[in-house]
Design a protein around this ligand. Structure first.
Ligand code: FAD
Ligand code: MG
Length: 360
């Protein structure tokens, strides 16, 4: 039995060298010109890495707080007072579907903020378009697997049995939700889990925030989701590495991107345990409730929205290459698939933009 050490090693090594290097002047001997700021923090259960170029003040602290507030007040199911936490608590109340069903016209009605409603509507659409391969209502199933805690060694390794999985799946399903007029309407009990899109949503919110500042360029990663924004002072493209899924550590290649892009990667190397030689990872196939096995080790999605890139990377991992490429194309998104044998497949728009790492 083997636990995945990568996640926490990464955290520790990054924190060990916290990159608050102080500002570095880049132009004209610091005469009010562009400075760069770097930082590494923990947020959303992962590492938030920032490199920000600005003619104004250091924005890295504001961005860290923005991500932490988004987690605490809106997205985290672990925070009982977040909007997602509150929806889940409400839906878990004994008898709620009997008490509230009539007054709500056949379901339980919950109000969410305008911003979250817009994002949930987009996630609903991706759930539908992916045939449920991405599903934002998998909370009962993800909690049963509890893979974040298992992989981190914080919970006993336990591979759920078929009956447990079947029971959890009864409380999952995006079709049990309707979104209308700022409300969510639930025809049956489900639990929300936005873990597969939350870091992408954070990247979108960061992009929106940067537009209000004097920042001229930034590359910021929230775990496996990255936003590139604006320009580097020397005008060269941003370089975004794609992790080699074989080791979960080094990179297998680099995307060379100019301007504002959102990049998310889902892989089976992130959070997993191995039992009797079988890897049980955290990306679940909603059809059978088990970790998805589609012949893919990792998928990277590049597009103009963090939410879409993050949700699609999960959906594409579940669907596999053929169906995944079709789905991504419908969203105008570019993809890098890495299969079980280490073969790399690029969508057309990434030819010349993705460069494989040179072999030593
Ligand atoms: P992705 O592929 O983007 O997402 C996989 C995650 O989405 C799974 O972990 C599961 O939660 C869910 N999921 C699995 N299958 C599907 C599917 N088919 N459709 C939809 N969703 C699916 N981790 C911690 O260890 N501690 C924390 O306190 C913590 N807090 C977090 C708070 C927020 C707001 C967010 C967004 C994440 C947090 N995380 C935390 C991490 C989270 O639990 C997931 O492990 C992480 O988001 C997975 O991201 P990924 O990019 O590796 O994989
Ligand atoms: Mg995702």
């Amino acid at each position: 039995m083997k636990r995945n050490p990568t996640f926490f090693h990464k955290k520790i090594s990054l924190l060990g060298s916290i990159l608050v290097l102080g500002p570095v002047c880049l132009l004209a001997g610091c005469g009010g010109q562009i400075r760069s700021y770097e930082s590494a923090d923990i947020a959303m259960g992962t590492v938030l890495n920032q490199t920000v170029y600005t003619a104004g003040e250091d924005e890295t602290g504001h961005i860290r707080e923005l991500v932490r507030t988004l987690e605490k007040e809106e997205l985290s199911f672990r925070e009982p007072d977040s909007q997602v936490g509150a929806v889940n608590t409400y839906l878990s109340r004994e008898g709620i579907f009997l008490e509230d069903a009539d007054s709500a016209g056949g379901g339980v009605r919950v109000e969410v903020s305008e911003g979250l409603f817009t994002e949930l509507s987009a996630l609903y659409e991706i759930s539908r378009a992916s045939g449920g391969a991405f599903d934002f209502t998998l909370g009962a199933l993800t909690r049963l697997w509890n893979m974040d805690a298992q992989a981190a060694g914080e919970a006993e390794v336990h591979i759920p049995g078929e009956e447990e999985i079947a029971r959890a799946l009864q409380n999952c399903g995006w079709e049990k939700v309707t979104l209308e007029d700022g409300h969510m309407l639930f025809s049956e009990k489900v639990l929300l889990d936005l873990g597969a899109a939350g870091k992408g949503i954070a990247c979108d919110r960061i992009g929106d925030y940067l537009r209000e500042t004097e920042v001229t360029g930034a590359v910021i990663s929230v775990g496996g989701s990255v936003v590139t924004w604006g320009e580097k002072p020397d005008g060269s493209p941003w370089q975004v590495g794609i992790v080699d899924p074989e080791t979960g550590e080094g990179i297998l290649g680099t995307l060379s991107l100019t301007g504002e892009w959102y990049i998310s990667t889902s892989g089976d190397y992130e959070r997993y345990v191995e039992v009797d030689g079988i890897r049980y990872h955290h990306i679940l196939n909603p059809e059978n409730g088990y970790p998805a096995r589609s012949g893919i080790r990792s998928v990277t999605v590049v597009c103009h929205s963090g939410l879409v890139s993050d949700a699609l990377s999960t959906a594409c991992f579940v669907l596999g290459r053929e169906e995944g490429e079709k789905l991504a194309a419908r969203y105008g998104a570019e993809t890098v698939f890495v299969d079980d044998e280490g073969n790399i497949y690029l969508s057309e728009g990434l030819e010349g933009i993705f460069k494989p790492k040179e072999q030593p």
